[in-house]
Design a protein around this ligand. Structure first.
Ligand SMILES: [Zn+2]
Length: 244
């Protein structure tokens, strides 16, 4: 079965907020697209729902949190992202629900982005590659929160904090979805994406398996590029909230 061709992702926007479950979620693919966008002068902010503190078997979460936050700040810097926020929810047991939607709606009202990025939140990444519970909970809540942020009468307590509704989100983009519809040419910025993944040195070492960041990201980007018609690309599933 030939993979479906991808459409070129619209780039007439100026600010994105990326909301993902863990440090490293952006770096396993989407960061190369972020490097392209910041290079165009767009502003991208990263928001980590957890600090990935349960991600390294041989390291206590208290130490792991410090290490992984530092690695994420560095990998963000490499792709031109200056602001990284950590919401501090517990890694591995993030629950989809109203409290998470409220937390993320608050983030979206505060930053007022045109685009919200997140990771794939389908059940799998493709045949035989199950997705992870936090990714699914966060992605679903991100999509809901992008709309909640625009409704004055949902989460009225946010008004008391001085956060007016924000109706400006054009689309939520989920990176690496098996149902991707759009692609971004990252031929010129893939190297920055690789460098940003390499910044997760403690995490990658902790995985205890030989994974070459360059080979890993290149092989995916090459396959995606063949669907977009360029050497290297990153894919996104687009959930349009407005004409996009
Ligand atoms: Zn993750």
């Amino acid at each position: 079965m030939d993979p479906e061709p991808l459409k070129s992702l619209p780039e007439k926007w100026s600010k994105a907020v990326a909301i993902v479950a863990h440090p490293d979620d952006m770096e396993f693919g989407a960061a190369a697209a972020v490097a392209r966008w910041t290079g165009q002068g767009k502003e991208v902010v990263y928001v980590m729902v957890t600090s990935g503190e349960a991600g390294i078997d041989g390291m206590h979460p208290d130490e792991c949190r410090r290490v992984r936050e530092a690695e994420e700040i560095e990998s963000a810097r490499i792709v031109g992202v200056e602001t990284v926020e950590f919401l501090g929810l517990p890694d591995g047991i993030v629950e989809y629900g109203v409290p998470l939607r409220r937390t993320l709606a608050e983030v979206i009202r505060r930053h007022r982005p045109d685009i919200v990025l997140t990771g794939n939140f389908r059940d799998s990444f493709g045949p035989g590659a199950l997705n992870q519970a936090d990714h699914i909970a966060v992605g679903r809540a991100v999509l809901d929160a992008a709309r909640d942020a625009g409704n004055r009468w949902v989460f009225r307590e946010l008004l008391d904090q001085g956060l007016e509704p924000w109706n400006g989100v054009k689309a939520v983009l989920a990176a690496g979805s098996p149902q991707a519809t759009h692609g971004v040419d990252v031929t010129d910025t893939l190297a920055k994406g690789v460098e940003s993944l390499k910044a997760h040195d403690a995490y990658l070492s902790g995985l205890g398996q030989q994974m070459d960041p360059e080979e890993f990201l290149e092989s995916f980007a090459r396959m995606t590029g063949s669907r977009l018609g360029c050497p290297f690309a990153v894919s996104f599933e687009v959930f349009a909230l407005q004409l996009f």
